[in-house]
Write a protein that binds this ligand. Sequence first.
Ligand code: SF4
Length: 438
Amino acid sequence: MSGRAETQAERRAKAARDFGLEGRTLYLPHMPFGGSYLLAAAIRSIGVDAWPVPDSDERTLDLGGSVTSGDECYPQKIVVGDFLKQLRDSDPGKIGFLLPTANGPCRFGQYNHLVRRVLNEHGYSDVPLMTITSSDGYRSIGEYGNDLVRTGWRAVIAQDILMKMLLKTRPYEIVAGSADAVYQQGLEEAAAALSAMDVTHKRRLEDLRAALQRSRDRFRALDCVYDRSRPLIGVVGEIFCRNNTFSNGELVRVVEKHGGECWISDISEWVWYTDDESARRFESEGRKYSKANAVRGLKAGIQRRDEETLYGPLHEDFVGYEEPHKVREVLDLAWPYLPYTGSLGEMVLSVGKAVYLHGKGVDGIIDISPFTCMNGIVTEAVYPVVQRDLEGIPVRTFYFDGTQSDLGRDVGIFMELATTYQRRKKTVRRFPGYFGAA
Ligand code: SF4
């Protein structure tokens, strides 16, 4: 070895070799598009060429439907449909896919096996399918683990921040499309900071924070008419369907069209949930003081610091939209309905977050669920009791399976209920300064 630093081209070649992706681009499902766009940027920082899959469309459903039996969850159909579409539309020799996975209480952990089988059966056995999961300490990304997990976490936070800025601004914009344009520019600038190679973690954090601050300024400068009477709707539910706008029929935009504003649960909430779950597991196994739990705590501390740094310039803008400081707060709120020691996954987060959002003064809760998803089935059974305890706030589960008949009509009815509740509710909502005096 000469001791000479590797050039970026050499690092790219090595990363491609290490992941079996020579000559290939790695594609990710949308969850949401902006989140995958930023995660792909984070992956490019280690030298792998990564991008989100092209937008889903009717062919996604046709292709996904042709290789699934109906027993699978709807997100599975979308993911596999998008992958097959991409393979048919491009050179399969230049493509690889990434599918994050988890050991959840449901079928999610099986997605990667089914996708692999479908690809093999359709003549794409050479197409790499990468999976990453926190449950094995991200073993599949080997030596890149520490760098990618840290940059990936920042991508998650940047996605959450940009999404919040978009959703709290778009309903009030004067020029249609102006908030979306600012959001897109924000994604591009954040991606530039995340994808840079050969920068220290410290420098990347500073660049990303500066990019988010510029986005904040552009959102602030948009021509908007803020109106306190617009109902604020909390959006919870299954993580893929909630964030993949194609699979949920662009529900957030439909709510906005019917006069509402949405506050959607963050992606980072799930990451904190998995961390809390491992901390509890260590404790229950008598390994609270183990080295592994200490490493977990250390990582969580670093993640928390990065999160606080990125949110730093946004506090004033997010007055009234504060997230719980710790995910345990959400779990504790869910406890009377679904104790988190027995119930697992998104159902607990959805119920706890619904209670939390009620406390923040929202005017209704929408739970987005794939049809037949056990999370949605459980939460729908629990919501009547939650509503009874929370001033009768409207809560509605919207199921999706790609055959939604009249989403606009259903949302319209829900918004009527939210407006009526808004007039009689006792919980006070805090507004940021830009809404002006009451
Ligand atoms: S959360 Fe619901 S949709 Fe997702 S894998 Fe589990 S059961 Fe299926």
